[in-house]
Design a protein around this ligand. Structure first.
Ligand SMILES: Nc1ncnc2c1ncn2[C@@H]1O[C@H](COP(=O)(O)OP(=O)(O)OP(=O)(O)O)[C@@H](O)[C@H]1O
Ligand SMILES: [Mg+2]
Length: 349
């Protein structure tokens, strides 16, 4: 046996390849507002995640995009069980997380997260090898085996153990620290990696190297990714499917190509047209996203995007759009995607 080799993915595929690795239904988290003091009215409930459904297939990368505050990190923390949902079900390979079939501990070993701040994520008093060996040690590996695994993983993430194993976080660069965080995340042989803005703080050239590393690791270790980022170019490069969030809701969900080529939600279209383009023919002078920035404390009625939407009609402020099918596996929560909605622009088309 090669030290540090993870179990073959197929050995752990309990539900079979057709079962999503992650299946999330009705996930909801509201912050604050637990009744005002001295019987005052409830105030300021932040609807950070407001009843979302999505799935992540085995071996795919699901990109999650949306403006700041739309609920991306909260979704990640709920899936990771760092915070408890108010409502919703999370199935991992067909089994409810926290059930008898899949205890929280079992789940936590199989799902790991990498955060944006490479330095804050690391214990400054542990060397690189101690950091990566820590998880296996806690899980009961012998010191020598845990260290061997750490060295193997450091090698896999491009940090030669001979040079890096004994260094402390402050002695290495941001990109190298993020490689350590990735090695640590892999140290318990997870199946799911949630990357929350994991490359966003890196210089562009370092970012590209880490993204390529992540693609290699995904292939070599049979991983599944949830990839959260502000950067639409990065999400396009990384993702098989994309979830676009707006004020705690799913605005659009589908395979990467159709979402970029033919977005079904005006919000997605506005996000895409605000992307810096290398192509001078596609540069836009117009500010695509106008109006107030989203406020999850008091979300607009009906479609939450309606106050900023170019296609708005009275219907949009009255009725919440359902997720309608745009194409295979492609859904958009817009009245224009629903032929039955009665949006006046449908009749005009
Ligand atoms: N612990 C908390 N208590 C109160 N409100 C919170 C808490 N965590 C997040 N929020 C609020 O929930 C909303 C969603 O936050 P979240 O961090 O999930 O957004 P995000 O999409 O990750 O944003 P960003 O792109 O800036 O990282 C925001 O309005 C945020 O202020
Ligand atoms: Mg965030």
């Amino acid at each position: 046996m090669i030290i540090g080799a993870p179990p073959a993915p197929e050995d752990r595929d309990r539900g079979g390849p057709g079962t999503p690795l992650l299946d999330v239904r009705g996930l909801t988290k509201h912050f604050g507002g637990k009744g005002g003091l001295f019987g005052k009215a409830k105030s300021g409930v932040v609807r950070a995640v407001d009843g979302i459904d999505f799935s992540v297939a085995k071996g795919e990368t699901l990109g999650i995009v949306g403006e700041s505050g739309c609920g991306k990190s909260t979704t990640a923390r709920l899936v990771m069980q760092i915070i408890r949902p108010d409502a919703g079900d999370i199935l991992f390979d067909g089994e409810a997380v926290g059930s008898q079939a899949l205890s929280l501990g079992d789940f936590r070993r199989q799902a790991q997260m990498v955060f944006q701040d490479s330095y804050a994520s690391l214990n400054p008093r542990l060397t690189v090898e101690e950091t990566v060996a820590f998880g296996p040690r806690v899980q009961g590996a012998k010191p020598a085996a845990a260290l061997a695994k750490a060295h193997d993983l450091l090698h896999r993430v491009g940090l030669e153990p001979r040079r890096f194993a004994g260094r402390y976080p402050h002695e290495i660069s941001g990109g190298q620290r993020q490689r350590v965080n990735i090695a640590r995340a892999l140290s318990l042989d997870p199946r799911l990696l949630i990357l929350d803005e994991a490359v966003s703080a890196l210089d562009k050239s370092v970012e590209a190297q880490v993204l390529n590393l992540l693609l290699d690791l995904k292939r070599d270790f049979g991983l599944t990714y949830m990839f959260i980022t502000h950067d639409l170019n990065v999400v396009r490069f990384m993702s098989d499917r994309i979830m676009v969030m707006y004020l705690g809701k799913v605005a659009e969900f589908g395979p990467s190509e159709p979402i970029f080529e033919k977005p079904g939600h005006p919000y997605t279209a506005a996000l895409l047209s605000s992307m810096p383009s290398m192509d001078p023919d596609h540069r836009t002078q117009e500010a695509p996203l106008t109006g107030d920035p989203p406020n999850p404390i008091d979300p607009p009625s009906g479609c939450r995007f309606h106050p900023r939407c170019k296609m708005v009609s009275t219907l949009c402020s009255q009725a919440e759009p359902r997720l309608s099918t745009m194409g295979e596996d492609h859904l958009a929560a817009c009245h224009l995607a629903d032929p039955q909605s009665g949006h006046p622009r449908l009749a005009a088309a």
